[in-house]
Design a protein around this ligand. Structure first.
Ligand code: TMP
Ligand code: ASP
Length: 237
């Protein structure tokens, strides 16, 4: 599959066209960003680690019946994916309180949330990804009622699969963010799942093993991502 022209360069990934309009190449770069792109750094090995981590997770999700855009790995830092029309919203599920929920509601970090909390955010760095609700999504035409229901159901189905996967690796899946797109009228999981877009804590020590290490300058960011991968059975090349 030929990687043709650059279609879009995001903060951590670049998207290229291929000879087939239905397929794209995702290039995972070493660039790492936080706080809506205000904090940026290139971290060695990050592109390949996240690409291979994401491939492993997407395959687990597909095995569980969740439709994903992932087709196959092309190289250590590139993947072939289906060309989706992305919806401009981010779906967050929280099993424990952390991050913006703690800041917004003043609850203690680590508080268990039963049932898990689902939140929508608008994908817009200039506005710092504001939290939105179903009514905003409908009124502004960002997605349909049916797509909203589908995103909630799929994001919670992902929670069942991944909570168990990470628990087996002695980790707590604290929260995560997913993005969806549409292809031939079907809602499909897009973007990526990696320690860049979730929070993972060691079950016993509660050590942070995700992008909070970068946000909070805790060091050993990629070493932690590799440790998470190793614990769930990812082999890195
Ligand atoms: P938050 O605590 O900052 O709202 O984030 C909740 C989870 O979603 C956390 O694991 C980080 C992830 N997330 C992103 O990766 N990108 C985003 O733009 C947002 C809003 C959340
Ligand atoms: N990935 C987003 C950004 O680069 C959100 C974050 O992780 O803070 O701003």
């Amino acid at each position: 599959m030929n990687k043709n022209t650059l279609l879009y360069a995001g903060k951590a990934k670049s998207v290229y066209t291929t000879d087939d309009d239905a397929l794209l190449v995702l290039e995972f770069r070493d660039d790492t960003s936080a706080f809506d792109g205000k904090k940026k750094e290139a971290l060695a090995r990050k592109g390949r680690v996240n690409n291979q981590f994401n491939a492993f997770i997407m395959e687990k999700l597909a095995d569980a019946g969740i439709p994903t855009h992932f087709v196959k790995l092309l190289s250590p830092h590139e993947a072939l994916v289906k060309n989706l029309k992305m919806l401009p919203v981010e779906c967050v599920v929280r099993n424990r309180a952390a991050g913006s929920l703690v800041r917004r509601l003043g609850v203690e970090e680590g508080l268990a949330l039963n049932p898990p909390v689902f939140e929508f955010f608008l994908k817009n760095d200039a506005l710092s990804d504001p939290m939105i609700n179903d009514a905003h999504i409908i009124s502004f035409g960002w997605a349909t009622e049916e797509q909203i229901a589908g995103m909630k159901a799929l994001t919670l189905a992902v929670n069942d699969v991944l909570t168990k996967l990470f628990d087996d690796g002695e980790m707590i899946l604290v929260d995560y963010k997913l993005e969806f797109g549409v292809i031939d009228g079907q809602l499909v999981l897009g973007d990526e799942f990696s320690p860049d877009g979730c929070r993972l804590w060691d079950k016993k020590t509660l050590e942070k093993l995700d992008k909070d290490r970068f946000r909070q300058d805790l060091g050993n960011v990629i070493e932690a991502y590799e440790e998470v991968g190793r614990r769930i059975g990812v082999t890195f090349n």
